[in-house]
Design a protein around this ligand. Structure first.
Ligand code: FAD
Length: 436
């Protein structure tokens, strides 16, 4: 290709730009937000919340940006291995997973390194402007129009245009304006609240890098046994601590209340509340619903157009899938381009490919969300049986390292959900439950 355009230069846009740099002479990333020295920007408020990178997301990060983990660790991020990474369920520490690794870094720190790598690519340009509309010609997207402050609006022509404008992407409105249909949307209302705070970090938790605690079947997925939350050792000798809650249990911005809730969490989080000083304010975020756009249900779609990241699917963040989904969508784009398609045609093959990944993430997150009493569906067929089996597997994963390894493989998006239905695995889980 001569030129590809990426609308939006956050996590998904940067990944897409990296992949496109192998296929286009000129890759133009258009992003209006002045990210600033702290890497927070103004238009993506979730950057203030603790972000965990699943194992598959980490693998993709190193695949496309080799050596970036080492670079981050040199800059103060922490890489947790083995016992440094702790998962608790209903307050009980889960069996350790051999070879588990997780990065402790804030989202701005991670994204700034990514941006630096992408900006250094010879054929990628980052343009500070806002996309204001699409240029459509003969059934395909032929480019975009942009605005930047008081500068006259500019038009960029391209063979391929990628929507990476996040959850509130205006793409659907633009398509309707040009006479196309909106992609059907699946939704699940979850009414989630998030709150993140930073603390000075000393050696109070030894080598711990990640501690994550969630409610499970023993407490009927309610915060009765322990508060759900997580902490990560991040750059700048800090702990980043997040608390989550649904409906009337959403955490607020009050510091004292945040500390009180931390003291109802598992040991590591309680210890940080008792021994470390909070830095700055508690930042909150409300996430009302998970949603995904399903392009394969459309009968017509313009050519030369790809959708990635949250613009495609934005799921309950407590399962930490968003960054990994963004990377896997870029991967799907790479796999699609490797087949040398006519990029001016509708990218049905891309959408089919990426939907297999989104399906897996959606299945996992919505199945877990439906366990919440305030979530009212839609329930898939056979939900009660599925939940019964899932509860038993979850219980077995607390007790047995082999069951937990596969369970976490699915949670980390390294294995598809169907890996949890293989007869030999189910038999092992059953033996674990019957033996004690
Ligand atoms: C509270 C919370 C916690 C989360 N925690 C995790 C986690 O632990 N792990 C994880 O993997 N994921 C997590 N996520 C999900 C993750 O934040 C998203 O999946 C990720 O930000 C998606 O990246 P994106 O690039 O698609 O969208 P965004 O990051 O939202 O970026 C969209 C970009 O598009 C730009 N844009 C918008 N309009 C225009 C326009 N007209 N022209 C040009 N550019 C435009 C914006 O300025 C922005 O830079 C969390 C999300 C939330 C809400």
């Amino acid at each position: 290709m001569k030129r590809a355009i990426v609308m939006g230069g956050s996590y998904a846009g940067l990944f897409a730009a990296r992949v496109l740099s192998d296929y286009a002479e000129d890759v133009v990333v258009i992003e209006p937000d002045d990210i600033g020295d702290d890497g927070l920007g103004r238009r993506t408020p979730q950057r203030q919340q603790l972000h965990a990178l699943l194992a598959m997301g980490h693998t993709q990060l190193e695949r496309w940006f080799p050596g970036i983990t080492g670079e981050m660790v040199k800059g103060g991020a922490r890489l947790g291995e083995g016992d440094d990474v702790q998962f608790y369920l209903d307050g009980r520490l889960k069996a350790p997973v051999a070879g588990a690794r997780m990065l402790g870094a804030t989202r701005p720190f991670l994204e700034q390194r990514l941006r630096g790598r992408v900006a250094a690519l010879e054929n990628v340009r980052l343009i500070p402007a806002r996309v204001t509309g699409l240029v459509l010609r003969q059934g395909r997207v032929a480019g975009v129009s942009t605005a930047a402050g008081s500068k006259a609006s500019e038009t960029f022509e391209a063979e391929l245009t990628v929507d990476a404008m996040g959850r509130t992407s205006p793409l659907e409105d633009w398509l309707v304006h040009h006479g196309w249909d909106q992609a059907p949307v699946d939704r699940m209302r979850i009414d989630l609240g998030y709150a993140t705070a930073a603390f000075h970090r000393g050696d109070e938790l030894g080598s711990t890098v990640i501690a994550h605690s969630s409610p499970g079947p023993a407490g009927d997925y309610q915060p009765t046994l322990t508060e759900p939350g997580a902490l990560a050792a991040v750059e700048g000798e800090r702990w980043s601590v997040v608390l989550a809650g649904y409906a009337e249990h959403r955490p607020g911005p009050e510091r004292e209340e945040f500390l009180r809730r931390m003291r109802r969490c598992v040991d590591p989080i309680r210890t940080v509340a008792d021994s470390c000083t909070m830095i700055g304010d508690v930042k909150t975020y409300r996430f009302v619903e998970s949603r995904r756009r399903v392009h394969s249900r459309l009968s017509r779609f313009p050519g030369g157009l790809i959708v990635v990241g949250d613009a495609l699917a934005s799921v309950n963040p407590v399962y930490g899938q968003g960054l990994t989904l963004a990377a896997l969508a870029a991967n799907a784009l790479g796999a699609h381009l490797r087949t040398a398609p006519t990029v001016e045609d509708p990218a049905w093959a891309y959408f089919r490919l990426v939907e297999t990944v989104v399906d897996a993430a959606w299945q996992l997150s919505t199945a877990a969300d439906l366990a919440q009493p305030h979530v009212t569906g839609p329930y898939p067929r056979g939900y009660r049986v599925q939940k019964w089996v899932a509860d038993r597997l979850t219980e077995a994963s607390v007790r047995d390292a082999a069951v937990n390894a596969r369970y976490m493989g699915v949670v980390n998006m390294e294995l598809p959900p169907k890996a949890l239905t293989e007869p030999r695995f189910l038999a092992r889980a059953a033996r674990v439950l019957l033996s004690n």
